[in-house]
Design a protein around this ligand. Structure first.
Ligand SMILES: [Zn+2]
Ligand SMILES: [Zn+2]
Length: 226
């Protein structure tokens, strides 16, 4: 029976070696490798979703957060549309800012960003007008400005960041696509960080899921390329 790489789809060859885990970047024993050298370590296989998001963001060297979220969304436990997407955006942008040497990443900051955004329930876009990916943009701005409920401008900026991301997602039309919401939120974050905080983080969304997403909006989505 042939196994296939979760990252690129290539057939896996049985090996007995040490390889860099594609997800967390650690060198670990590997029993299977694809021709491109993709490998998933045991800890990244056993991690729960928030742990996995943290592991990938922690180990990433990517400067575009789109590459970081696209890798996370290729993990075997990733579900095409799910609340898993609610905790990706702020963590991926914080990692990309570190990788671009634009902002340091303090220990525990990824975990706290994930913790802040993980309570938003499934389908909240339709049931209460909220989207976890959009709220991540407010969370991100809150973290970068050290906002809290007693602050003045910082609090307003966090609220405005979430609001702008929500508006962008609303204007893209439905039905929901969690991939599209993540990309739209990343683009909104990039525009907002540049305009309000002078942080010039480049974000270039490319959807790598349109071929496998049975509910893809195709021509109705600006990220549809095929
Ligand atoms: Zn591969
Ligand atoms: Zn790993």
């Amino acid at each position: 029976m042939a196994y296939h790489c979760v990252v690129c789809g290539d057939e896996l060859a049985q090996v007995d070696t040490v390889a860099v885990c594609t997800f967390c970047g650690h060198e670990t024993p590997s029993k299977y490798l694809c021709s491109a050298g993709h490998h998933i370590c045991e800890e990244c296989q056993l991690a729960d979703w928030p742990q996995l998001v943290e592991r990938v963001c922690e180990g990433s060297h990517q400067t575009d957060p789109v590459s970081i979220v696209n890798l996370i969304m290729k993990h075997p436990m990733s579900i095409m549309h799910s609340p898993q997407h609610h905790i990706l955006v702020s963590a991926a942008v914080l990692a990309a800012l570190r990788n671009n040497r634009m902002r340091p990443l303090a220990p525990g900051r990824l975990a706290s960003a994930i913790e802040r955004t993980k309570g938003i329930p499934m389908g909240a876009c339709g049931t209460r007008g909220e989207c976890g990916a959009a709220i991540c943009v407010g969370t991100l701005v809150s973290i970068l400005t050290s906002a809290n409920y007693q602050k003045d401008r910082e609090r307003s900026l966090a609220l405005q960041a979430s609001a702008e991301a929500l508006l962008t997602i609303a204007q893209a039309g439905g039905p929901r696509c969690c991939k599209q919401s993540v990309y739209l939120s990343l683009e909104t974050a990039s525009i907002f960080l540049k305009r309000e905080l002078g942080i010039d983080l480049s974000v270039e969304p490319r959807c790598e899921f349109d071929q496998v997403n049975e509910e893809c909006k195709k021509e109705r989505c600006k990220y549809f390329v095929h």
